[in-house]
Design a protein around this ligand. Sequence first.
Ligand SMILES: [Zn+2]
Length: 315
Amino acid sequence: MKKTTPRWASYDLICMIKYHLKQSPIHLVKKHVKGHQDDHKKFKDLDEWSQANVLADQLAKAKLRLGNTVDTDCILAGQNWMLRCNRKLITGDVECLLRNNLHEEPMRKRWCMQFGIPENEVSAVDWDTFKRVYKANPEWKKGWFAKHNARIRPVKYNLARRKHDDDLPCPCCRALETTDHTFICDDAKIEEAFIANIADLESHLRATNSKAISDSILETCKSIRYNREHTLDDDWDEELASTVSNQILLGQQAFIGGLWPKKWLNLQSEYFSRTRSRKNHRRFGWQRQSSTRKHYFIKCGRSKTQHYTKTKTVR
Ligand SMILES: [Zn+2]
């Protein structure tokens, strides 16, 4: 086995495993099992070692998603020296992790302020998925979202503030064109773009989730777009209906920005463990898809409409 170094992710765990292997009177034979083989092969076609690896991976992820905290003061046999920052263990790329840990809390506060999330809601928000979805985007999309979330995109309201334009109303409906307005504008062309993109999102959700979860997410999109309460039936799953209400309450900015209640992920995990679905590795897909779709229909809808009405605004 290679010499472990602190630059390895999970090097602390590997050190402990090596320690226990040395201490054990049992002679163990090593066998390399390639990870994530279920990405390319059906579970039933894998050998027992690979199946065990997939199952262990799924169990570990399910446990992680519960968001339980571990008692980090407890010292285990064979435990290596540890570096902590803001009570978090630093292993792997030390410089990068230190930077992340130092800046994470101030950034979180800033996002909460930008998204208007009250303090008592902060712990209920799924920050982990928010970060992963953001990181998974290509650079151009990261830039787009950062500008969109900071409300500095070139909508009429901002153009007028910067004195690039003196005409404030939306070119489609003549209401004040703020960033929020681009998502709720009731112009026919924008509605058309919304319907087309929601149909795309629907087919993605249907293929990756239960009908109840898919319908709840689609209803959330519609409630936010039409600025209304959800219209789910009275006998709708209580947990899902309350998650939809929570999401609507967090507002359009958090929804489009990808800051969603943790409950979505828990509900999806429950669905996956119930169905023993192999779609588990796509768990962030729908959050990414839904924010991407929304991005497209805002962008396409708006530029198509502007092109249609021949009112180019950026000088
Ligand atoms: Zn409008």
